[in-house]
Unconditional design. Structure first.
Length: 123
């Protein structure tokens, strides 16, 4: 499994979500983040002092998919998030060791993981 982590312009969120659903994604996590490396700087005034802050509000979408879905999902995000425009964000892909649904009440390989945490066999 892989985690696709996309930082995009907030105005593109609904379009991106719709497009990745078309390629078969059923669930994703969306959050608001601050990008501190972009060019969207602005002047802030606090207690009479002015300073320039180079940050921007972005949307973050995280999607966990099987490896065969990575290409189609990344292509869908790239096509929808506005390639060619400046400061559109980025996509990162990470390996996922395990995904554990909380509602099921446990890990699918609980018996296997218990054997690795036997503290009684310390030499």
């Amino acid at each position: 499994m892989k985690c696709i982590d996309a930082i995009i312009n907030p105005s593109k969120v609904e379009d991106v979500k719709g497009r990745v659903r078309q390629v078969g994604v059923k669930s994703m996590i969306q959050s608001k983040v601050t990008d501190c490396s972009g060019t969207d700087g602005r002047l802030r005034i606090y207690r009479g002092s002015s300073f320039f802050i180079n940050d921007a509000t972005r949307a973050r979408i995280q999607i966990i998919v099987d490896e065969d879905m990575v290409g189609p999902v990344v292509d869908a995000i790239m096509a929808t998030a506005g390639p060619g425009e400046s400061d559109n964000g980025s996509i990162s892909i990470y390996p996922v060791a395990e995904r554990i649904p909380i509602r099921s009440g446990g890990r699918p390989y609980m018996a296997f993981s218990d054997r690795h945490h036997d503290h009684a066999k310390v030499a």
